[in-house]
Structures are given as C-alpha cells and as structure tokens.
Design a protein around this ligand. Structure first.
Ligand code: G1P
Length: 314
C-alpha cells in the first residue's frame, strides 16, 4: 500500500486520534473515498497514456471538479484509490515548487494562486487497488485509513455535478436528517435506466426517497422506477462490513451495488437524495463534450466568446 499526504508539510499519517464518541450518526462526514483505479476503456484512445480523470473540462481536470465539490461539502480528508498509470493524479494534487517559482518570477500571480490552491484543498492520501475487483473492492482498499466507526462519502471519478449547492452537501443533509446511508439519485427517461443502478421507494415530504429496492442495471421492463443511482454515496460502517461478504458476481468482483441490495434485504433503512444540479457523465464522450460546452459558456474568460461562436454554427 502506498500512502502519501500532500499538506506541504512533513508527511504524517492520515489516521486521526481515537474518536471518543462511537455513535456513528453523530459523526460529521469528514472523509471521502474517491476510486480512480478504473482503466477508462469507455474513453480510449484519450485515456491510453493518461488517467481519464485528468482530462480537462475547459481548464481543469475532471477530478479537480470532484475534489472541489467534496471540499465545498465539508470534506477535509480524501483517500484516492488508484492503480498503475494514475500517477498524474498524485502530481496534480501535490505542490509543484518549480512551477510556483517560475510563475512568481514571471509575475503570473493569478495562475500562481490557482496552482497553490490545488495543493491546499484537503489532506489527501493515495492507496493502490492491487487487483481490478470492482468498486466495492476499491472501497475496501481504503478502509485502513477510515476509523472503524466512521461514516464516509464516496465519489466516483466520472461525474461532474454543477449546481448552487454542492451535490455531496445535499446528500450529507439527508444523512444528517435520517441517520442512514444515502445514495444520489437522478430521474432519467425510462429507456436509459439499464446502464445504472435503479431504485424503488417512497418519496418523503422533504423530497428525499426512502429506498426499498436497489436493482443494478435492470432491463427497462424490470426497472422499479426511472430514478437512477449516480456515483455519490454516504456509506456507514454497516455497509462497509457487508462489502467483503458480497463477492458475488460471476466475475469475482465486489460491488457496492450488491452491498446496498444486501443491506436492504437485511431490513435496514437506506435513503436517496434527488439532488439539484446538472450532472455531466464525463466517462462518456457525449457527456464530456456537453460539459465542455456548458461549463465553457459559464467560464469567465471564454464564456461570452464561446456563446458568439456557437451562434455561428448552423
Ligand atoms: C456504477 C454503479 C451503478 C451506478 C453507476 C453510476 O456502475 O454500480 O449502480 O448507477 O456506477 O455511474 P458503473 O458505471 O461502474 O458500471
């Protein structure tokens, strides 16, 4: 296992002091696990020699948008689960003293500020997933850096969610209200549900969902609703404890989706947050291009010119 913490100071272990209160639901969500070990086969050849998470949307890599969402939601420590070929992600969130020095010399102070900001976003650790055995296995690889009684946020590396309130913050609010694990949900046309986890459940007065079914990638006919699961979750130690027991799939993978299904089958409460915000699936070509256009239109440097340019297209 490989652990690095980029604080700009001496490397210290991420593990915190023993936590005096063991009621998991009174614990603030401070840590996030971001699995980024996937090969990005949906995004070849762009992801052949660089992590797909490092592809830029306008001027920032996709992974930075995701880390910024986590930090804006109150996350202080991030554990990336990486694999071979993902070193660029480590470098991106590290300080780059030579670059900072050169920007300073050239009086490029705005760029300098942007670059320095990245190294200070959060305490960051990297752990390797030694075998490609699924998202559940990736999460288990990060467990040595999570307290036994600690709930954590999970953010998948593909989706950028743009909105006034960070999507993860909205999930954390639901977690705090119901004291149960939470899944991010989005309504899609029914014909599109089969690439996702799909839930069934009851809408609560506050707009969140009490989930009673979780079906991974169902056929349109079998889907319990048109509410799909997006890669943002709050999971509790109970879910984590289920992960090693659900090494189910024919391919030997451990999947978070199976742990949720097992958790529901054991009669426990699970909630869904239909977040406000626009989601861009940057693991797909179309989603990635949509993100470029829409976030480009909002960008202070190029927004107005891009708008003019798009109007010239027939
Ligand atoms: C995973 C989950 C699925 C979820 C999706 C969101 O699937 O298993 O439930 O809907 O992420 O992106 P994957 O995209 O890894 O096949």
């Amino acid at each position: 296992m490989h652990l690095v913490e980029h604080t700009g100071a001496a490397v210290t272990p991420l593990r915190t002091q023993p936590i005096p209160c063991y009621n998991v639901f009174t614990m603030k969500i401070r840590k996030a696990i971001i699995p980024v070990a996937g090969m990005g086969t949906r995004f070849l050849p762009a992801a052949k020699a660089q992590p797909k998470e490092m592809l830029a949307v306008v001027d920032k890599p996709v992974i930075q948008y995701i880390v910024e969402e986590a930090v804006a939601s109150g996350i202080e420590e991030i554990i990336f689960v990486t694999a071979i070929g993902k070193r660029a992600i480590e470098d991106h969130f590290d300080r780059n003293f030579e670059l900072e020095y050169r920007l300073e010399q050239k009086k490029k102070m705005e760029a300098l500020k942007e670059i320095q900001k990245i190294g200070k976003l959060a305490k960051i650790a990297f752990v390797r997933q030694t075998k490609p055995l699924g998202d559940g296995h990736a999460i288990l690889s990060a467990l040595p850096f999570v307290e036994k009684h600690e709930p954590v946020a999970i953010l998948f590396g593909d989706d950028i969610i743009d909105g006034k309130i960070p999507a993860l913050k909205q999930l954390i609010d639901v977690y705090n209200a119901y004291e149960s694990p939470v899944i991010a949900l989005q309504k899609v046309p029914k014909k599109d549900v089969s690439n996702y986890g799909v839930i069934g459940g009851k809408k609560m007065k506050d707009g969140s969902w009490q989930i009673d079914r979780f079906v991974e990638k169902p056929s349109v006919a079998e889907a319990p609703s048109d509410l799909i699961v997006i890669g943002r979750y709050i999971i509790t130690p109970e879910i984590m404890a289920m992960l090693p027991k659900v090494s189910a799939g024919k391919d030997g993978e451990i999947r978070l989706a199976d742990a949720f299904a097992a958790y529901l089958a054991s009669g426990k409460s699970l909630y869904g947050c239909q977040f406000d915000g626009t989601r861009y699936d940057c693991g797909s070509k179309l989603g990635f291009v949509k993100a470029q256009i829409e976030l480009g239109l909002k960008h202070k440097d190029i927004g107005a010119d891009l708008k003019k340019y798009l109007k010239t297209l027939t």
